[in-house]
Design a binder for this molecule. Sequence first.
Ligand code: C2E
Ligand code: MG
Ligand code: MG
Length: 699
Amino acid sequence: MRRSLSVRARVVLSVAAMLLPMLALAGISTLAMEGTLDRFTGTADEALYDTIPLVRLQGLVLRVERNGLYAVWNPEEEALARYERAKAEMVAAFDSLQKEALNEERGLVASASGSAQRTVLAFDVFLATRPENLELDPSAQTTQQSQVIQQNTDAAVEALERAERISRADMLSEYAAAKALEDRTRTAVIAIALLGLLIAVAGGFVLVRSVVRPLHRLREAVGVLSDGALSHRVELDRRDEFAEFGDALNEMAADLERSQGDLAHQALHDALTGLPNRVLLGDRLEQALVRGRRKGMQLALVLIDLDGFKGVNDTLGHEVGDEVLRSAAERLRLCLRRGDTAARLGGDEFAILVDADSPGQALGVAERILCSMRPAFTHDGLDLFLTASVGVAFADGRANGPELLRSADLAMYRAKHGGKDRVCVYDPSMHGAADDRLRLESDLRGALQRGELSLHYQPVYSLDGTSLVGVEALMRWNHPERGMIPPMEFIPVAEQSGLIGALGAWALDEGCRQLRHWQDTVAGAVATELKLSVNLSARQLTDSALPTVVAEALKRHGIEPHRLMLEITESTMVSDVAATIGRLEELKKIGVHLAIDDFGTGYSSLAYLQQFPIDQIKIDKTFVDRISSPEGQALAEGIINMARALTLEPIAEGIEDADQLAALDRLGCRLGQGYHFARPESGADLGHRLATAPRVTAA
Ligand code: C2E
Ligand code: MG
Ligand code: MG
């Protein structure tokens, strides 16, 4: 873009444009005035010059005539001599005038000179012929008259000469007056020019003050703002368009500052709870570590994970989940002391940075948090009971922020897996555990190919003590170094790493193979009537290939579909109800039976239970454990009656003694499994059991 003149240059040009015409006007008027005066004095001089010689000549002509007349009347020597002198003087005057006269004036002078010559000639002739031609009577009266004429002519000549003097003086005084006027005019013009200059300079100054300076400050302000200093405000001590522009600029900067602040807040805070987010916590953590090292403070990071939150979200929806998270955040806030920072790391995970004087103080905060989560979260008249798993890690002066966070995470993980609703303090051995987990995952990848996995079978009996009706297949991993690893340890690893698909498919195939084998090798009705239960994980349910995998396993080993029971843990069924129902119905179409495992540990509502196409409910071991107490008995009775009402078969898990068995029997539960009957055992051992003890025998 073409660069135009700066405002400063424009102001200078405007002032110059104001000034120059004034100076030009003053100059022109001075010159014009001087010219007029010059012309006036020239004309006056000329007039004087022209008039005075003529007056003088006239006087000389008069003198010649008067002396001529006198000589006519008094022809004396002296009179004639006077006449001749006057004549000579007049002729000389004419001659000199003739020489000086300009061309155009020469005619005039010549004609005047001619008429004067003729007068002189007339007198000369008259004087020469006077005695003969003229009979004159030089009486006393004529002499007297001629004397009077002579006097009058002299007076007239004098009057003429006086008039000449007077007119010259008048002219001079007029000239002087004109000169004085010229001087006054020049002074006035200079004064006006100076005044104009002053006004122009003042105008320029005002322009600079009112235009250039505010513009400069506005430009400066825009520069500062564009450099990112949004708190800068432009101050213009005036009320005009520039001030309006400045106000608009300030408003814009304030808006920008506000929205930048909002953005910064959004970037660093969790939108749901308003707590600082992971980024801000990381930042505060680094600052606190530096401060702690300097002041020798005991810095602790407390990590909190809500137990059972996923169930709330899955069962009651995300809106209720959000409400619970907001309430949990509020409870956390109430546990803080001045200077502590609470943050939401994501999901149901929170962190608190505690600047404590002693480890005891930090642990006090952790315990308070634990207690604060226990009271029910009430929603729509419904009491939701959640607990928290809390991990605490202390800064040891060497660890950085991410390391401290990882340590607290490990401690929290340990709290969760140690039974939830508890506080665990980090100790370095936990790092080994985390490494173990990684190693476990890597070992599990090859376990199937290496033949390290096997299935054990736990028999299911009818509680009236008559028969063995089924077996539950339970996976076992015989690790080459670590020995037997329980499924509670490696199934979650398989789920998280995606290995569960292959493991689950193998379990189905292996279970069916084993059942076929028993049916083929063990004589009697027990083996042929036997039902096989296989556990499914939530991840398998999301796989659309599952029905095909099941159907193929059945087909491959020639198993009737109704002999296979698939168990799905309750808490995993309700995450996506519609999809789960769809998949279960596909499985039902094949002809297999379905059971809800660990019933009572999740949040299935009766409405869901009715919708799921299930056949069996497996009452979780925790209810069987408490069955000896009146409340436990009431709960178990409730579940059994409800199952009956829904035409579902209840089956009790984890029966460990005869009392439990008797209680369950009394309540009308017909099927059960547990150490009281038999522990899970190898396929071969169970084959023996099938062959040798088809009738119920308590272990
Ligand atoms: P589950 O399906 O509820 O299996 C019952 C668990 O209770 C088994 O533990 C069994 O050994 C144990 N148990 C049975 N009776 C008693 C008793 O009287 N007292 C006590 N204390 N325990 C008893 P296990 O074999 O360790 O399996 C644990 C869980 O691992 C299973 O719980 C099941 O959820 C899962 N699991 C096992 N095998 C598989 C599998 O092939 N696939 C999948 N997805 N999960 C499996
Ligand atoms: Mg099971
Ligand atoms: Mg179970």
